[in-house]
Design a protein around this ligand. Structure first.
Ligand SMILES: Nc1ncnc2c1ncn2[C@@H]1O[C@H](COP(=O)(O)OP(=O)(O)O)[C@@H](O)[C@H]1O
Ligand SMILES: [Mg+2]
Length: 367
């Protein structure tokens, strides 16, 4: 769908000839107070965001939070209602989509169904007026890079989902764009393939060094791939930071719940253990920070660093490498998560247990 808005093929483009051979320097991208309103509806609200050159930034958020809209504004398929977008310090407000030079992968891949894999890859090169000899060499190299060297003559419909996904990535990269936009790029793949492609995307990013903005609602994908994550909620940035910072220090209940699982210890009738919350904040504890012990287990030596609570197992879920318990402590049901390990005692439903956690692992998040 993206390329449909493009003008007819050109024979000499803005990047024609020699200059195009050089690897383009990745660009810096900045949204400055960008708002997009559709009718009465504010899809993106006062978005300010700077992406460093070569960074892999993920926009993560629930469906309808404005992620795709932000990407479409950057790609030039929609115009901001107010605010401006800059690439390497230059406002791109008056630059049409086809001159923004980005590589794009859509969730649906948007491959040209009537063109072979090779022709799909040649298209962006023709758009930029690359000579045929160079075009063929580049397409060949890129197809080999994404392990599709033998499939150049197939039509997209003759490929598996994972192969189509690779073609889409290859097509986005083949013209050596200064930045890459990915909208739910792995959304259509099943779990195993998604994990493989996450690794592949990471390798491609390391190799090509493109400034990349990836949109997803998949928290695992965001955590795995990104230098930084932006969490969007209702058109606005809720929080941004490195995957570790967001996971370990979420500022709000929304972020704590969206990125990973969280025990929100509101109205707990036991001592949570790390001072008291400011008004409007609640204590949060990640499931893997809680140790599940037998009631009679010896206390850890350094007791004042630990908080403790007694309860009973309400439910146990075995998920391969992980075991999850739901433990009832008074009015609160806590979720715990531990790696399955032959030395660990397994508790059954109804069994009494003692939970221990480091007081310093408790976080306070805005309610
Ligand atoms: N062209 C449009 N016209 C009207 N509303 C739109 C349009 N595009 C998006 N929206 C609305 O803006 C909101 C954000 O959409 P989108 O950016 O696609 O969300 P996300 O990608 O986070 O799921 C949605 O409520 C959607 O219905
Ligand atoms: Mg979307």
């Amino acid at each position: 769908m993206a390329f449909r808005s493009l003008p007819p093929l050109v024979t000499s483009g803005a990047h024609g000839g020699e200059a195009y051979n050089s690897v383009q320097t990745p660009v810096q991208i900045e949204f400055r107070n960008v708002t997009k309103v559709y009718g009465q509806f504010v899809a993106v609200k006062d978005l300010s965001l700077a992406v460093s050159a070569g960074e892999f930034l993920t926009i993560l958020g629930p469906s309808g939070s404005g992620k795709t809209t932000a990407l479409m504004l950057l790609a030039g398929f929609a115009a901001p209602t107010t605010g401006e977008i800059f690439i390497s310090g230059k406002s791109i407000g008056s630059v049409p989509s086809y001159r923004r030079d980005q590589g794009i992968v859509f969730q649906s891949y948007a491959l040209f169904p009537h063109l072979t894999v090779r022709r799909n890859l040649e298209f962006p090169l023709e758009m930029r007026g690359i000579k045929s000899s160079e075009k063929a060499a580049r397409v060949k190299r890129m197809l080999e890079r994404v392990h599709l060297g033998d499939l150049g003559d197939r039509l997209p419909s003759q490929l598996s989902g994972g192969q189509q996904q690779r073609v889409a990535l290859a097509r986005a990269l083949v013209a050596d764009p200064p930045f890459l936009l990915l909208d739910e790029p792995l959304g259509a793949l099943d779990r195993n393939l998604r994990e493989q492609m996450q690794v592949e995307l990471k390798n491609l990013h390391r190799e090509f060094g493109k400034t990349t903005i990836c949109v997803t609602h998949d928290q695992e994908e965001a955590l795995t791939l990104s230098d930084r994550i932006v969490i969007m909620r209702a058109g606005q940035i809720e929080q941004m930071g490195t995957p570790e910072a967001l996971y370990d220090k979420p500022r709000s209940r929304f972020v704590a719940n969206f990125l990973g699982e969280a025990n929100i210890l509101e109205n707990a009738d036991f001592e949570v253990g790390a001072g008291s919350a400011l008004p409007g904040a609640v204590a949060m504890l990640r499931p893997e920070r809680i140790r599940v012990n037998a009631l009679a287990a010896p206390y850890l030596e350094d007791t004042d660093r630990y908080a403790t609570a007694k309860g009973f197992i309400e439910d146990m879920t075995y998920c391969g490498p992980l075991r999850k318990y739901q433990v009832r402590v008074g009015q609160t049901a806590l979720i715990t998560r531990e790696h399955v390990n032959t030395e660990k005692q397994i508790f059954r439903s109804g069994e009494g247990v003692r939970l221990d956690w480091l007081r310093s692992d408790v976080r306070f998040v805005s309610a």
